[in-house]
Design a binder for this molecule. Structure first.
Ligand SMILES: [Mg+2]
Length: 308
């Protein structure tokens, strides 16, 4: 099965200028001359956790597996360079499944000029696991980190939040171009992508920066899907609850000095809106404020993998 997949991939994978040796040898050979600093990231997605193979198209699953990794490069303001892909396939229909996954990944790899350099395939009696490792190139500005937000910085976000489970968690665009443009044109102090939830990922950024964050609740851009989900589910969660805690939005949260934030908001340089949703403060913790009301604690909501 593996040799059939390799043969199929050799036909399908386009040549890439950085790739001196791709699929077929024991390892790939990359020409990264001229690249100063690289970032390296890995993400594993598992059936029943990140998708449901019984109802989700493998092409959408493959696309998502690559897109979540690209989103981590976006969070670091890094340009995609190359990736390797490990598949652990269920024994039944393994080849067909692998081909479907790759068909979902290939257009996205091409869109971001990513060299798919190789990978590994196993099969077993368990659920599908897709693990992707990406190499990215840091620009002259250096990597954008979670650490670096300062009291007084504004909290800026791209687009809107909540309800991604209705489909956007598969079809989202990783904010690569957006992150590179903002990092290049403006002074950003820190950044993170929202994989687990707006409030929990903001709290992580603030903690890493050694400060706190106040969310201006009435400013949070709530997605149409969050409103729809709130209406359709009778679990009492408001559209705001969905925006704060749903996760898999894969939008950017940025810490930006106040005067620079003003420029960004006036320029609106992206195809998606940028919104100011609050500020970083010296006092640690996550807080919320409505209009001119008092500051109250906010419990971060979002997804966390549990260990026993
Ligand atoms: Mg991330």
């Amino acid at each position: 099965m593996e040799s059939a997949l390799i043969a199929w991939l050799r036909e399908r994978l386009p040549p890439h200028p950085l790739l001196r040796l791709g699929i077929g040898d024991d390892a790939a050979v990359l020409d990264v001359a001229g690249v100063d600093l690289c970032v390296l990231t890995v993400d594993a997605l598992t059936d029943h956790v990140d998708f449901e193979l019984s109802k989700d198209d493998p092409r959408r699953v493959g696309r998502k597996a690559l897109a979540v990794n690209l989103s981590d490069l976006a969070a670091m303001a890094a340009r995609p360079v190359a990736g390797v892909i490990a598949l652990v396939l269920p024994k039944q229909n393994g080849l067909e499944l692998a081909q479907g996954l790759y068909e979902g990944m290939l257009p996205l790899a091409e869109q971001y000029h990513l060299a798919l350099a190789g990978g590994d395939t196993n099969s077993w009696d368990g659920p599908l696991v897709v693990s992707i490792t990406l190499l990215g190139e840091v620009t002259q500005r250096g990597p954008l980190r979670r650490k670096g937000a300062k009291p007084g910085d504004r909290i800026l976000v791209t687009d809107s939040f909540g309800g991604s489970i209705l489909g956007r968690h598969f079809d989202f665009q990783p904010r690569i171009e957006e992150a590179l443009l903002l990092h290049n044109r403006y002074k950003l102090h820190a950044g993170i992508d929202v994989s687990d939830g707006l409030s929990i990922d903001l709290a992580r950024l603030a903690k890493e920066s050694g400060c706190g964050a106040v969310l201006q609740i009435d400013s949070i851009p709530i997605s149409d899907e969050a409103r729809r989900l709130s209406k359709e589910c009778a679990d009492g969660r408001s559209p705001l609850d969905h925006a704060l805690g749903d996760g898999e939005d894969f939008e950017l949260i940025l810490a930006v000095p106040a005067d620079e934030a003003k420029r960004i908001l006036a320029d609106q340089p992206l195809d998606v809106p940028i919104t100011d949703i609050g500020e970083f403060i010296a006092e640690p913790g996550l807080w919320q404020r409505e209009a001119e009301g008092p500051r109250r604690p906010l419990v971060p909501q979002g997804w966390e993998h549990e260990f026993e």
